[in-house]
Design a binder for this molecule. Structure first.
Ligand code: 26Q
Length: 798
């Protein structure tokens, strides 16, 4: 049906009538979207079935990626691109007077994630399918994704997200594959045929129904599966209060939790975690049994990868099935489990490491808790054998301690591989945060530097740049991203550099139009577009960025003739609803924006824009338009970052600290093509060991700092005196935990260098080209190949 556009149009018109029961003349854009979606799904289903059949027949090793989040964004255009039918459809629709971009706008973002971790999972799925690798995702089909953000009077307001309002054209409900998940109740041990058998009695059972989404590889025939589980009441519930039972059940997959490490221990979140894990394992084992029969060699044929600790209960769940259902003994079950599970850590922030109070865990998951206790006891026993009497060591490594279950400890003990997400991050895990575990199991630890789906973040998001690249180095970079390095041939080619500049200018104009349409603020596209988009967190230091803007504004105000390269500072960030401090920073950015953008003395020199509701589809508009990528976390705090890579591949220059993957970006492009500032991770850790640094001193000795910090509490920006007091206090009273004032001077200096570099157009474009050329390394194709080779041991299907 997509062989040529005439055929396409014929099928489209027929299908439209059948599906919507209307003539073409009466139909709406939404009808067109639904029709197109259903045609593509049907088109994909052949390859989908074939892929599954081949997996069944070849019996090769497969990987299952378990993640509590998938930040997929929109799927229409990416699917068309991957299937290689974008042009035929675009042209066919155009003949019918339909604009494909308009249909795309109608598609809601699938926003089932908070940020980096969820987007990484989505990028990995794309790469797995594009590399013909047998890898499937399991997750939760949240009815509401991450909240929608509105800015009202400068404050963040949260609204429920509604991506399923008009249905989801990409999913297939598989009611026949539903499984049940038990919560609560009690466990009874009975002696049966000479062995102890455990029975989970009086449980409240929830039904997990899978919804499958096809994951289409780029120009490959592989279609993998993302299976999202939805919670429904059991068909024949045995409870008296059915209405409440129904409500409790559906609540499990109702909302995605915002990343809020301050708000720990919500029972519903633990329910979500076990719900995902139990449903996924049951489904994985069902198809495994069909293929292989007994589970004795499970670890040789499958690998289950857990994206952070959120799905770590897969370890006791697998143990439970092997022991209780399969009748294996503990040692056999442990051998299989440990060799099946691999774990990725995404943070070094100790406050972000998950732990659950026993009083919540035990009653909710009684059998699982027993198994965790047993794992803990055996582990502590081994430690004792190794270092008898060293209670401190045992207490610090134990899985259960101080009435908490430590999920990261369980993950490390119960898996065969533990990886960090950038070189520096992995080193910090090995040398500091997880050092005792590294000493115990050095062979488990490894690094897998993150990557991004370059086909979404370059090919799809920046078609003009992609076209130029293909024109210069041929089309194969789309499947072999390291070939981007061939662009270096053109680093002194003025015509190519000029074309790069024109494309950037066009992309900036598009973003400027969008900003004007959204906010009514005109921005000058010859200015530097300096952008920081990411979740709002103290460690990511959006505050450093704002303080610098305030400083620039003070200079303009003090000297109306002050000369500077014009700048447009753009922010996008959601704050967790309960993260009070983060919300204050949003208000501060908006207060500064309001003052700066309305001061006639400023003119075009400075504009500040806070774009509301940052999400995947907005990110796709932003990255291609950036000149400067702000990656300014306190060194050692950002595990990797992936936005940094998306900016880089679109030709933006990084202004950043030596943190996360910035270190590797710096190494690849060299000193001349990046702006590095601030303390190194080692220096930061050194200060932490000393108990911090003296922020007051910096306040007193640097007049620029004093002025901006005072402006937080003297009503300068908003006429209110105590609005930003918590921020003021974080810097002075609480001694600036994130080294904002310490790094200020160095940051200002780097910005000065940015200004200088930007005035030399040729030099700038050459730097930009260098960044694009080296960005191939950060394709998630490279990352996934490393996982496949070093951890999973899986091979391409064809
Ligand atoms: C915790 C408790 C309660 C509710 C939610 C959460 C929660 C949810 C999501 C905690 C953390 C997350 C997400 C973390 C995350 O996105 N980490 C980022 O992962 C990226 C991919 O590896 C890295 O690039 C980033 O550096 C890292 O911050």
């Amino acid at each position: 049906m997509f062989s040529n556009k005439e055929k396409f149009k014929e099928v489209f018109l027929n299908r439209l009538e059948m599906l919507c029961g209307k003539s073409f003349a009466e139909s709406t854009s939404r009808d067109h979207y639904q029709t197109l979606g259903s045609m593509i799904r049907e088109y994909v289903s052949n390859d989908w079935i074939t892929t599954n059949e081949r997996y069944m027949a070849t019996k090769g090793k497969q990987v299952y990626y378990l993640s509590i989040e998938y930040l997929l964004g929109k799927l229409l255009r990416q699917n068309l691109l991957n299937l290689g039918i974008e042009e035929i459809i675009q042209d066919g629709l155009e003949d019918l007077g339909i604009d494909l971009s308009e249909l795309e706008e109608l598609e809601p973002d699938a926003g089932l994630g908070n940020g980096g971790l969820g987007r990484l999972a989505a990028c990995f799925l794309d790469s797995l399918a594009s590399l013909n690798l047998p890898g499937h995702g399991h997750g939760i089909r949240y009815k509401h994704g991450l909240f929608e953000q509105k800015i009202v009077d400068g404050y963040q307001v949260e609204l429920p997200e509604q991506w399923l309002r008009s249905g989801n054209v990409w999913e297939v409900r598989k009611a026949d594959l539903a499984v049940s998940i038990p919560f609560w109740g009690k466990v009874e041990a009975r002696e049966e045929n000479g062995r102890l058998v455990f029975h989970h009695l009086h449980a409240e059972t929830v039904t997990a129904v899978p919804y499958d989404m096809p994951v289409v590889g780029f120009h490959s025939d592989t279609v993998n599966t993302l299976r999202l589980w939805s919670a429904e009441p059991a068909q024949f519930p045995i409870f008296k209060d059915i209405l409440n039972y129904k409500r409790r059940t559906e609540a499990i997959s109702e909302f995605l939790y915002p990343d809020d490490t301050h708000d720990e221990g919500k029972i519903l979140r633990l329910k979500q975690q076990y719900f995902l894990v139990s449903a996924s394992v049951q489904s994985i084992l069902r198809s495994y049994r069909k293929q292989h029969g007994s589970l004795l060699h499970l670890h040789e044929h499958i690998c289950i990868h857990i994206n952070d600790t959120h799905p770590v209960l897969v370890i006791p769940e697998l143990m439970r099935i092997l022991i209780d259902d399969e009748g294996l003994d503990w040692d056999q079950a442990w051998h299989i489990t440990k060799n099946t599970i691999a774990y990725t850590n995404h943070t070094t922030l100790s406050e972000a490491l998950e732990k659950w109070p026993v009083y919540i865990f035990q009653p909710l998951l009684p059998r699982i808790y027993m198994i965790v206790e047993e794992i803990n006891e055996r582990f502590c026993h081994d430690l004792w054998e190794e270092t008898p009497g060293d209670w401190d060591r045992i207490a610090s490594l134990a899985i259960i301690a101080d009435h908490f279950v430590k999920m990261a400890h369980l993950a490390i003990v119960g898996s065969f591989s533990v990886n960090g997400v950038a070189r520096l991050h992995t080193e910090i895990l090995k040398e500091r945060e997880m050092k005792p575990f590294f000493l115990l199991y050095p062979e488990k630890f490894n690094n897998k530097t993150n990557g991004i789906a370059h086909r979404r973040w370059l090919l799809k998001a920046n078609p003009k740049l992609s076209e130029l690249i293909t024109d210069k180095i041929g089309p194969s970079w789309t499947s072999r991203p390291h070939e981007l390095i061939d662009l270096l041939k053109y680093e002194n080619d003025n015509s190519v550099l000029q074309q790069l500049k024109n494309i950037k200018q066009e992309n900036k104009q598009k973003l400027a139009d969008f900003i004007y349409q959204q906010m009514g603020v005109p921005v000058d596209t010859s200015a530097i577009f300096d952008i920081q988009v990411k979740r709002l967190h103290a460690y990511k230091r959006q505050l450093l960025n704002v303080l610098h803007i305030m400083y620039l504004y003070n200079q303009i105000k003090d000297d109306p003739n002050f000369q500077m390269v014009p700048r447009v500072f753009i922010f996008g960030a959601k704050a967790s609803p309960g993260y009070y401090y983060a919300k204050k920073i949003i208000k501060l950015i908006n207060a500064v924006a309001d003052k700066v953008n309305h001061d006639p003395r400023v003119g075009d020199r400075l504009k500040v824009i806070f774009l509301e509701n940052y999400r995947v589809s907005l990110a796709e508009k932003i990255f291609p338009a950036a000149d400067i990528s702000e990656q300014i976390s306190t060194s050692s705090k950002e595990a990797s970052g992936t936005g940094n890579m998306k900016f880089m591949i679109n030709g933006a220059l990084t202004l950043g600290t030596l943190d996360g993957a910035n270190v590797e970006i710096h190494e690849l492009v060299g000193d001349d093509n990046i702006f590095i500032f601030g303390l190194t991770a080692e220096e930061v850790l050194h200060y932490y060991r000393k108990g911090g640094y003296d922020s007051i001193e910096y306040y007193h000795h640097d007049q620029r700092i004093r002025q901006v910090v005072d402006q937080l509490v003297n009503g300068f920006f908003d006429g209110v005196h105590n609005e930003f007091e918590p921020i003021f206090d974080s810097l002075l009273e609480e001694n600036d935990q994130y080294f904002v004032l310490k790094d200020f001077a160095s940051y200002v200096d780097s910005h000065r260098k940015v200004g200088e570099a930007f005035t030399d157009v040729q030099r700038w474009q050459k730097m930009s080209l260098n960044n694009i050329a080296h960005a191939g390394y950060f394709s998630s194709d490279r990352t996934i190949k490393e996982y496949a080779r070093d951890i999973w041991g899986i091979q391409p299907l064809w």
